[in-house]
Design a protein around this ligand. Structure first.
Ligand code: SF4
Length: 636
């Protein structure tokens, strides 16, 4: 049965809201399939505003893959701003997709991609606007399966009550497999209702269905056990890993946004995974092992993506892009190919030690030498050893000296505050490092026109990392250290004016910490915050620490217990039944080594140190050199 577009009702509301263009769809390369041509229908949600959600690679890739399948369709939906939400409630307009403007409740699956936990309240808004019961137990056969993915889904326990299912890891293959399970179940006449569909998904071992697992607690509040409550449901659910990225060269048809978005470029993921071993980095840990895309596929994707989209910037994405084993050839090949055109290249994520000036020069050939960004993360040598960010002060100074002497004038440095074992002097060390950077730049150029911006975020211990046991620093400590650093920079007559200082106060990190390492009891807090008006928690102008604390108090949830408490080795962690492939003993050993400042090498270049991922997942490190050239070459 066909589903009507709600657009005529929405259109009447659009003149009354900010940025109405974000709700109209119809972007270049968007797809609206005939509703009746499909028997499995996905609504894909990025739980933030269009300007953040549209460039999201995960959603873009799944959108294409699912729409390429016969008899399957996928449409996108984003979080609506509070102004439109109020009007939709007043007029009874449901949560809609921007492609066909179809009501989200009419779809079979609502897939929500979480890059951050701060999107949880936006999912509740979408469910409520869609007319889908917030709690999974209250849903009926006419409601979609609400399925979470993305990095934050590696501990979906705080939102377990709102989810029907969650998927860990790469979505390309599992989204197709899920579509097949749904198709078969529908073709059979939907036997056993949604319970049987969820059972079929859970039995496969690749989909986590929270309601099939019971959580028991110790009297002191720690988790005692998480166990399946049905036969045939696995004790542990494993992550998915796509081994050959060349077989999945998506996006092939990049979406071109209608409204301004956070990234206006065509992004090609040049490899997935990272084995640098930074202990704070959840993305690095959960996406192991490294799998490179070949130079030929990168070249073909760039050429095709530009042709299909008209973007004039190409971003080569990954967790540490300069680490691709053939990055020099990739950079030179692309710079040669697009020299003299209006296409520029960018390398959004670069490590200090992997950076070299030839590379930077290749990337700036067609663009401006605006600024370079590096992330030493820790202010002192000791701190960087604890977090395994193997960057020495010497590395950093050498790199920035070369950059300044080659004409770059701005360097941005990212750090974290509140890291395990951190002392006041580690944070003050950030200022010393910035001063040395300015000094080196002045000496290299003979000019005082040198800038360095220091940007600092609060550290949040994340599941599936060696710091998953660590006590998070309280926000008072973080704020006190940052204030001391700011005062020391402001008071410096020699360098103070050349150093920009950006930081966030410590409170949002505490809420992120609660959500990151929370268990199912934290769901009551999320719901209470949402009921109290919590929306867009990732936006400082919408975030309210007081709202979260008051909701936690009402729900009887002790925020300190979840955040600043250090965990013991044998404590069952709420996500222990979810398998990112990392060996728990190795993670614990790495945590102990962190405290003593022992470093771990990158297993790309040194022997395997048994983190567990490759044998558990049946995967392997996959890097070049392929020895191949950047072909096919087209003279532009
Ligand atoms: S199992 Fe070994 S090779 Fe594989 S990611 Fe872990 S340390 Fe590296």
């Amino acid at each position: 049965m066909s589903v009507e577009s709600i657009f005529p009702r929405l259109e009447a509301l659009l003149p009354k809201v900010q940025k109405p263009i974000q709700y109209v769809g119809g972007e270049l390369n968007s797809t609206v399939k005939d509703w009746d041509s499909a028997d499995v229908r996905w609504a894909l949600m990025y739980p933030d505003a269009y300007e953040v959600g549209l460039p999201n690679q995960g959603v873009a890739i799944l959108y294409e893959i699912l729409n390429e399948l016969p008899r399957t369709l996928a449409e996108r939906t984003y979080a609506v701003w509070p102004d439109l939400e109020a009007l939709m409630r007043a007029e009874g307009v449901p949560q809609f997709t921007v492609d066909g403007h179809r009501p989200v409740r009419a779809f079979d699956v609502l897939g929500v991609s979480f890059s951050t936990e701060l999107g949880y309240t936006n999912m509740l808004t979408a469910l409520d606007l869609a007319g889908i019961p917030l709690l999974a137990v209250d849903r009926g056969d006419d409601d979609p399966i609400v399925l979470a993915g993305g990095h934050a889904a590696f501990n979906p326990e705080p939102i377990a009550d709102f989810l029907d299912a969650a998927v860990l890891g790469d979505g390309e293959q599992i989204s197709i497999a899920i579509s097949e399970v749904v198709r078969e179940w529908k073709a059979e006449g939907e036997p056993g209702g949604r319970d049987e569909l969820l059972m079929r998904l859970a039995e496969s071992g690749g989909v986590y269905v929270p309601k099939f697992y019971d959580v028991d607690y110790h009297p002191d509040g720690r988790v005692k056990r998480v166990a399946p409550n049905r036969a045939d449901v696995p004790w542990r659910v494993h992550k998915h890993t796509v081994m050959d990225l060349d077989e999945w060269p998506y996006p092939k048809k990049p979406l071109v946004p209608l409204a301004e978005t956070v990234h206006e470029r065509f992004s090609v993921e040049i490899f997935r995974g990272c084995t640098r071993g930074c202990r704070f980095c959840q993305a690095g840990m959960i996406t192991r092992p490294v799998r490179e895309r070949s130079i030929t596929t990168i070249g073909a994707m760039v050429e095709n993506g530009i042709e299909q989209s008209g973007f004039n910037e190409v971003g080569l994405l990954s967790l540490s892009s300069a680490d691709h084993s053939e990055i020099a050839e990739v950079a030179k090949g692309l710079a040669d190919r697009y020299e003299g055109t209006n296409t520029s290249l960018s390398l959004p994520s670069t490590r200090v030690d992997a950076f070299n000036i030839d590379l930077a020069n290749e990337f700036s050939r067609n663009g401006r030498r605006s600024g370079l960004t590096f992330a030493p993360e820790g202010g002192s040598e000791r701190m960087r050893k604890v977090i395994n960010k193997m960057v020495t002060e010497e590395d950093l100074i050498r790199t920035v000296t070369t950059a300044y002497s080659q004409g770059w004038r701005q360097v941005k440095l990212y750090f974290m505050c509140g890291l395990p074992t951190e002392q006041d002097e580690d944070v003050l060390g950030i200022g010393d490092l910035a001063k040395k950077v300015i000094k080196a730049g002045r000496e290299a150029t003979g000019s005082r026109d040198i800038r360095c911006t220091v940007s600092i975020g609060g550290f949040v211990p994340k599941p599936h990392t060696p710091f998953q046991w660590a006590g998070q620093a309280d926000h008072e400590t973080v704020d006190r250290r940052l204030k001391a650093l700011r005062d020391s920079l402001r008071g410096d007559r020699e360098f103070g004016r050349a150093i920009g200082f950006r930081y966030h106060d410590g409170k949002p990190s505490i809420v992120e910490g609660l959500l990151s390492r929370g268990d199912r009891r934290v769901g009551a807090v999320i719901r209470a915050v949402w009921e109290d008006g919590g929306r867009f928690d990732g936006w400082s102008e919408h975030f309210s620490y007081e709202r979260w604390m008051s909701a936690a108090e009402k729900a009887g949830v002790d925020v300190d217990w979840y955040t600043t408490r250090e965990r013991e080795e044998n404590e069952v962690l709420p996500w222990d039944h979810l398998d990112a492939g990392l060996d728990r003993e190795w993670l614990w050993q790495d945590w102990q080594e962190a405290v003593s400042g022992a470093e771990v090498e990158d297993c790309r270049w040194t022997p395997c140190y048994d983190c567990g991922v490759c044998p558990t997942m049946g995967t392997e490190i996959q890097i070049g050199p392929t020895g191949r050239k950047l072909l096919p070459l087209t003279v532009v």
